[in-house]
Design a protein around this ligand. Structure first.
Ligand code: C2O
Ligand code: CU
Length: 609
């Protein structure tokens, strides 16, 4: 390679590293002031060296550039392996990110090219400098550096206060929104979060965690004991808990550190099938197994079923057998905890061997006709209660299959090529004895439509004016977030934790107009409230109005849903596809005047998704 090419390439490499150091300096000032100074110092020195090399390269510059690059790269290596002896977390190795990886690669390349130059003495008398051959390498380095700098500047915020108190104004802190004392019978449970076999994380040693069963009106008191290597929380999905017991790290509490405990308390106001799961780094912690079923039986006891079982669908679950005799009625409470792929495609369940009724969707009871075999779609987080009678002969079987989310011809070809269409319905449960009925061809079965099931009765939103209508535009684009390139998932153009905030007041009737601009499915979940579906794609719902907490929005669909603001606090409204939430798809419903003392971000370690 020509000497000029090598000199200019070295200048571009070291300059690129300098730009990245300056881009990440602000975050380091927040973390630890001396680190910020160090990053500015290194960045400025590298840019100065780049300029000097490009203008008038001297031998001493090559030597000091080589030594400096190696020194900075070694420091990085130490910080990522053994940890630095100073800083906010002395001795603790930091995580490798995209920005620092790009930056260090540039420095190693700088060192290599400077070493080559040092080994190659200049040819005397040749003073012609032709810079053009160096251009492709210089441009490549510039592009790489720009990505590194952009990634470095897009890190998780150091500290983000979601609902700060306003000076001079009376506010209510979420910490005061707890269960009011009362005479209800107390049902106490302990859930120990601890590592299990094969890399799982469990509650009390099992995945799913133990089924918690209480009666409507009980005072539920659950102590979380954290024996994991990292902090965690428990969220009561679908339950209208007091805000302080909602379990969202950085919003309603600090994540519970290893070795600590936290007690949740709420009165189970509503009967139904619910579930509980971690809401700290949920995309990893739920996937590892931190979830379980919560059943609230109606006041006055079970309703006319002989067998009442909760069944949590999750990855890798083998078939469950439920004993029952012919003629007995069975209520199967199905919770979808299957972690979906990027397309967010729901699970579909089909009952074979008996005609069933859908008795509840999420926690909302429905009174509907008996169904033949139909595929009931469940977005992650949704539940369905099926009621049926065990036939005189044979077993009843429940099959499950993932609905493919993307349906363009290209995507289907892709599926065929990679065998995705070959996915067989999985047998997830059998009820009763005798031979299990086979699965019918799933594709031919009708898809259950929850908005057209059950008898239409009046609902609180009929003819009602709304106090507020908020658009909820779901979209995605490739971009930089959390220090890497990802498919950024937005609600109204924003991402968690700097999300859009919907301000409401107690008593308001609120309508959400959800517009899905993506080719993905999004189960949209609102904490602490019930949602009623008003219309889908502009067509009014014709079935029984049902109280959902998670609404499944299909690719390119619109949905109008409504809720009554009857539970003051700060509540998350997010997609329950864990990947989408992690990539930003969350918003906040905030009652006016409610503030939180907690923060999300690197400093507190509170990362709800
Ligand atoms: Cu089931 Cu915010 O979660
Ligand atoms: Cu989603």
């Amino acid at each position: 390679m020509r000497r000029t090419t090598l000199v200019l390439t070295s200048a571009a490499l070291v300059g690129g590293a300098g730009v990245i150091h300056l881009a990440v300096a602000p975050a380091h000032f927040q973390e630890f002031f001396p680190f910020g100074l160090f990053f500015v110092g290194v960045g400025v020195a590298q840019l100065a060296l780049a300029a000097a090399l490009a203008l008038r390269p001297e031998r001493w510059m090559l030597a000091s550039g080589l030594a400096g690059s190696l020194a900075v790269a070694s420091l990085w290596l130490a910080s990522r392996t053994v940890g630095l002896p100073i800083g906010p977390d002395p001795g603790r190795p930091e995580e490798v990110g995209m920005a620092d990886l790009v930056c260090t690669s540039l420095e190693v390349a700088t060192a290599a090219s400077l070493a080559l130059l040092l080994l190659r003495p200049p040819v005397p008398g040749r003073r012609v400098r032709r810079p053009w051959p160096a251009m492709p390498l210089v441009l490549l380095t510039a592009a790489l550096s720009a990505c590194g700098a952009e990634a470095g500047a897009s890190g998780m915020p150091w500290a983000f206060d979601v609902a700060p108190s306003v000076a001079g104004q009376d506010g209510v802190s979420v910490t005061s929104l707890t269960a009011v004392p009362g005479p209800q019978p107390v049902r106490a449970f302990t859930l120990v979060a601890e590592p299990g076999p094969h890399g799982t994380w469990t509650f009390n040693g099992t995945v799913p965690g133990p089924e918690l069963r209480v009666t409507q009106g009980d005072r539920v008191r659950v102590t979380l004991v954290n024996r994991l290597p990292e902090s965690t929380t428990i969220h009561w999905h679908g339950v209208r808990v007091p805000n302080a017991d909602d379990g969202v790290a950085g919003l309603t509490q600090n994540a519970v550190p290893p070795g600590h405990r936290f007690t949740y308390e709420f009165v189970a106001r509503d009967a139904g099938t619910f579930w509980y799961h971690s809401h700290q780094r949920a995309s990893e912690q739920i996937a590892r197994g931190l979830f379980g079923a919560l059943v609230v039986e109606p006041r006055g006891g079970r309703v006319a079923q002989d067998v009442d079982r909760a069944l949590v669908l999750h990855d890798g679950a083998g078939p469950v057998h439920i004993p029952a005799s012919p003629g007995q009625t069975v209520r199967l409470r199905i919770v979808n905890a299957v972690v979906p792929g990027m397309d967010g495609g729901p699970e579909t369940v089909v009952l074979e061997g008996a005609d069933d009724r859908v008795a509840a969707l999420d926690a909302g009871t429905v009174d509907g006709a008996v169904l033949g075999p139909e595929r009931i779609p469940l977005g992650m987080g949704q539940r369905v209660d099926l009621v049926f009678t065990v036939p005189p002969a044979g077993r009843v079987a429940l099959y499950e299959e993932t609905l493919r989310g993307r349906e363009t011809p290209v995507e289907r070809t892709f599926d065929v090529l990679f065998g995705a269409t070959g996915a067989r319905p999985r047998l997830v449960a059998t009820v009763g004895s005798g031979p299990a009925p086979a699965a019918s061809g799933f594709e031919r079965l009708p898809l259950f439509d929850p908005t057209a099931y059950g008898t239409r009765t009046t609902n609180p939103f009929d003819g009602a004016g709304f106090d507020a209508t908020f658009p909820l535009v779901l979209d995605e684009h490739p971009g930089f977030r959390d220090g890497t390139v990802q498919l950024v998932h937005t609600i109204d153009g924003r991402t968690m934790p700097q999300s859009v905030v919907f301000g409401v007041e107690e008593g308001w009737k609120v309508r959400l107009h959800i517009v899905n601009l993506t080719a993905e499915w999004h189960p949209i979940h609102l904490h602490g409230h019930f949602l009623t579906v008003l219309a889908v794609d502009g067509h009014a719902a014709t079935g029984a109005p049902v109280a959902l907490d998670t609404v499944l929005v299909a690719p390119h669909q619109t949905a109008d849903v409504a809720f009554v603001a009857d539970n003051p606090g700060l509540w998350m409204l997010h997609c329950h596809v864990l990947l989408h939430a992690e990539m930003g798809m969350g918003a906040l419903v905030a009652y006016r005047g409610v503030t939180t003392p907690y923060e999300m971000g690197e400093r507190s370690g509170n990362m709800p998704e």
